[in-house]
Each structure stands twice: as structure tokens, then as C-alpha cells.
Design a protein around this ligand. Structure first.
Ligand code: SAM
Length: 307
């Protein structure tokens, strides 16, 4: 197979297409091996895409809404690949970048899946901000350690944006927020929030306190206080840190926290999915004052709600 991740870049090939009655020129492609489709090759192969996308400075957005959001956020399009049947509705999004159109069989042969959203676009990445810029961008941050699941990363960015958290710091081993699935699950919120990798990890966590944040670790383990008890002063500039599905936060990350908190669980359930935990925690800690004080008896891990 010609082209493909690591071997091809569509660049700006000569326009050989035809005008389809919309203002943008569309190039019809019927050969799945066409080199100009290299950016879209094997999109379901996570390992391959991970090796290809970041080093080549690109990412893939999928669907009209997400492509539009990427453009609005100032990302520069490399090319677009659309379902030929929907060219009239989608081609205008290419906005000067090469726009390729193909039938469903060709789209599936190139990408590895049925492209039912009709539009894929390849974008240039932008340089990431430094952690200090993310720290300065907001009064509420999310900090993610080892979150290597792209669905969770996307869901977490959507939660952060929707609940008023203005930036995300990630440990270097966290998943790529601009991976296609993260972008799609976030509904494009990965474009809205500044994020940076905090390296070295965990030593870099010190910068968070230096910037005036209270670093609050979310941990279902014993010893943490009920999230509803966090004092108003600690809610003023919170940086909420979450760990990965299996291990949770590492001992080193927990040691760096100013405070660790638990979302009380019921019925013997030991923890929430991390994205669900971010939603609860961001909502709760965006409230200016605690709902109940530390003098109220804590519920145990299987206990009922405070009254
Ligand atoms: C599935 S949990 C990991 C469970 C892991 N066994 C542990 O002890 O942390 C993934 C992440 O979600 C957050 N989380 C999930 N449930 C939580 C809860 N009840 N209280 C506080 N944080 C929670 C934590 O940040 C945790 O690291």
C-alpha cells in the first residue's frame, strides 16, 4: 500500500479536481492507495497513529461540528477527506486546503472504519503552551496523572470546559488529547482549553503550589476527607488531580498534594470511573463554600450521604 502514516504527507498536490458547483474545488479519489490520503491511513491502529501523528505534527478531526471547532480555534487544515455523496455540504469546510472526496469503500479501505460522519480533516498541531502559561490562564485547573485512555481524556476535557476549569496539566505518560477519539469524545473542547505536559513528573507539581493553587488529590482511599468538607480557602484556586483507572494516583503524586479528598461511595462500590469522578469533583469544588463542615461525622466508604 502506498503512502500511509510515516511515509506520506499530502502536502499541496496540484489541483486536478473538478468544480462541483460549490465554491471549493474537490479532488475525487478512487484509489485507496493514493498517496495524498496518507494522513488518513489506518486510523484505528492506535500504536501506528501514536507513532505517526505527534512526530509529524498533525491530528485528525472527525465530523462537521468538530472540524468547525478546530478551525474556529485557529488550527490550520492540512487537507480534508469527505464522503463524495456529501461533498456539497462539507467541501466548504476545507477553506483553501486540499479537499479529497471518495466513496464509502475507499474511505473504509483507507481509514479502517466506516466513516459515517462524512468528514475527516487533518490539521497542523500548534506548539503547546508552557505549564506556566496554563497555570496563569485560570483560577481552576485539572491535573491528570497517567490517564492513558483516550475516551477518558476526551470526557475529562469536556467536563473541565463545561464546569469552569480553565486548563489541564498532564503527566508525560498521559494520553494525547488530540488523538482522534479524545477530540471526538470531548466534542472539540480539547481545542478550547490550554493544556501542557508537566515534565519532570512528579517534581514539576511544585510549580502548581508556587502559582498559588491548592493541589487537591482525588483519591478513593481512606485518609482522604469528604470532598464536601473542603474549606472555602482551598476552593479559591483549586488544582484537582486525578489518577488512572487501575492504580489511581501514585504515592509520589499523593505526597505532593496539599489535601486529598474522597467522593463518598455507596453500596460497596470502591470508586468511580475517572471521568465521572472529574464531573463530581469539578462541580463540587467550583462551589465557593463547603456544604458541610469537617466536624460532621465522616461517612465510611460504604456509608450514606451526609445530612
Ligand atoms: C477508578 S479510580 C482509581 C481507583 C484506584 N484503585 C485508587 O485507589 O485510586 C480513577 C481515579 O478517579 C478518581 N476517583 C474515582 N472515584 C473516586 C472517589 N470515590 N473519590 C475520589 N476520587 C475518585 C481518582 O482520582 C482515581 O485516581
Amino acid at each position: 500500500m502506498k503512502g500511509g502514516p510515516g511515509t506520506a504527507s499530502p502536502g499541496h498536490p496540484p489541483r486536478v479536481g473538478h468544480n462541483r458547483g460549490v465554491s471549493d474545488e474537490v479532488t475525487a479519489i478512487d484509489d485507496p492507495d493514493d498517496e495524498r490520503l496518507g494522513d488518513y491511513r489506518a486510523l484505528t491502529d492506535l500504536a501506528l497513529r501514536t507513532r505517526f501523528e505527534q512526530p509529524h505534527g498533525l491530528f485528525i478531526a472527525e465530523g462537521h461540528q468538530v472540524v468547525t471547532r478546530a478551525l474556529r480555534a485557529g488550527y490550520r487544515m492540512r487537507s480534508m477527506l469527505i464522503d463524495a455523496k456529501r461533498a456539497d455540504q462539507l467541501a466548504h469546510l476545507a477553506d483553501g486546503a486540499p479537499c479529497y472526496a471518495a466513496g464509502p469503500e475507499v474511505l473504509e479501505a483507507v481509514t479502517g472504519f466506516h466513516v459515517h460522519r462524512g468528514a475527516l480533516a487533518s490539521f497542523h498541531r500548534k506548539p503547546l503552551p508552557a505549564p506556566a502559561e496554563v497555570l496563569a490562564a485560570s483560577n481552576r485547573l485539572m491535573v491528570l496523572e497517567g490517564i492513558n485512555n483516550h475516551t477518558n481524556i476526551g470526557a475529562i476535557f469536556r467536563v473541565a470546559a463545561g464546569l469552569g476549569f480553565g486548563g489541564v496539566l498532564l503527566s508525560p505518560d498521559s494520553a494525547d488529547p488530540l488523538y482522534r477519539r479524545s477530540v471526538r469524545v470531548s466534542m472539540g473542547e480539547v481545542f478550547a482549553l490550554p493544556y501542557a505536559y508537566l515534565d519532570p513528573w512528579p517534581d514539576g507539581l511544585k510549580q502548581i503550589g508556587d502559582a498559588g493553587y491548592t493541589l487537591i488529590g482525588l483519591s478513593p482511599s481512606s485518609g482522604a476527607i469528604d470532598i464536601g468538607e473542603v474549606a472555602a480557602a482551598e476552593r479559591a484556586r483549586p488544582a484537582l488531580m486525578f489518577g488512572a483507572e487501575g492504580p489511581g494516583l501514585t504515592p509520589a503524586a499523593l505526597a505532593a498534594c496539599d489535601r486529598t479528598v474522597v467522593i463518598p461511595m455507596h453500596a460497596g462500590v470502591d470508586s468511580l470511573n475517572v471521568a465521572a469522578a472529574t464531573a463530581v469533583a469539578c462541580w463540587e469544588l467550583a462551589q465557593p463554600a463547603p456544604r458541610h463542615s469537617a466536624t460532621v461525622e465522616n461517612s465510611d466508604s460504604h456509608g450514606g450521604p451526609h445530612v
